[in-house]
Design a protein around this ligand. Structure first.
Ligand code: ZN
Length: 205
């Protein structure tokens, strides 16, 4: 899921080269190519991952690369099928960002084989974008409060309640892992807008 208006790639690069530690860290990770809508992998239900597989060096590296890719493109979440890998893993993080003062912070989280259960029927509509559907956003109804059960990147059980924007990000990524995108959840497309028009006509609403 992506909520950035503009990708500030240039300033990010300058930041990372300003510290040798950051540089070494960047050398160990890769930015992955992001799948765009229309690629069949985005419409497949992804495969479960065993605890044994979670602990392999290849999966650890893949999860690191997913985190790096999400950050590079200013996403707040990324699912494995968005980087051409049909497996049940998603990453999310909502960092303190002056451009989204009304969004609560969510720490970096890795969800493996997630299951979600709505805690009430209450739904809320808000804007969503997606790295796999570039340049667009629209208003999407989501459950306000959900229970999340998953494994973390060490294979340990997670069981927590997520609310509001946190719950929204998880539902968006969970949908990806089940072959759905946010467009499938929109009641109608009357709010679907390009980012430039979003900034011009919708931002103050
Ligand atoms: Zn998405």
């Amino acid at each position: 899921m992506n909520l950035a208006f503009i990708t500030p790639a240039a300033h990010k690069q300058a930041d990372s080269f300003s510290s040798s530690t950051a540089m070494l860290k960047n050398l160990a990770m890769s930015i992955l190519k992001v799948t765009r809508l229309g690629h069949p992998v985005l419409r497949k239900v992804t495969e479960n991952i065993s605890v044994k597989e979670i602990k392999t060096p290849a999966m650890r590296k893949f999860i690191d690369d997913m985190i790096e890719t999400m950050k590079e493109y200013d996403g707040v979440g990324l699912a494995a099928d968005q980087v051409f890998t049909s497996k049940q893993v998603a990453v999310l993080e909502v960092a303190d960002n002056p451009r989204y003062p009304n969004k609560s912070k969510v720490p970096l989280t890795v969800l493996v084989n997630p299951k979600i259960t709505p805690l009430s029927d209450e739904m809320e509509e808000d804007w969503e974008g997606c790295l796999s559907i570039p340049d667009l956003r629209g208003r999407v109804p989501r459950y306000k409060s959900i229970r999340v059960q998953a494994l973390d990147r060490q294979g340990k059980k997670l069981d927590f309640v997520a609310k509001n924007f946190h719950a929204r990000v998880i539902q968006h990524e969970y949908d990806h892992l089940n072959g759905k995108v946010y467009l499938d959840r929109m009641g109608d497309f009357s709010t679907l807008t390009f980012l430039q028009e979003f900034a011009r006509y919708w931002m103050k609403k």
